[in-house]
Design a protein around this ligand. Structure first.
Ligand code: FES
Length: 86
């Protein structure tokens, strides 16, 4: 298997977690499976980075996405993750 080429970091601090990242993690894992790219992406959790008011926070290769509710996450993954894997 090739080494992961993209790193997704999900804030697991209590604010981000309770406002969406608890669900977002599962959504990301499902999205990766459905698009057969699990082996190309490393999914990490991180502690609170002090941006709670802007959360839930998800980063894709260091690009910060704010207010990542489960409703907007699939769009972000489609437009910001998949192109990085081509
Ligand atoms: S809990 Fe995510 S930035 Fe604070």
């Amino acid at each position: 298997m090739d080494a992961p080429v993209v790193i997704i970091t999900v804030c697991m601090g209590s604010s981000c977690f309770s406002r969406g990242n608890n669900v977002n993690t599962e959504t990301i894992e499902r999205f990766l499976r459905e698009h057969a790219v699990s082996g190309k992406v490393e999914l990490r959790g991180c502690l609170c980075g002090g941006r709670c008011r802007e959360g839930p926070i998800v980063e894709i290769d260091g690009e910060v996405f704010r207010g990542v509710t489960p409703g907007v996450l699939p769009d972000i993954l489609s437009h910001k993750l998949l192109p990085r894997l081509l």
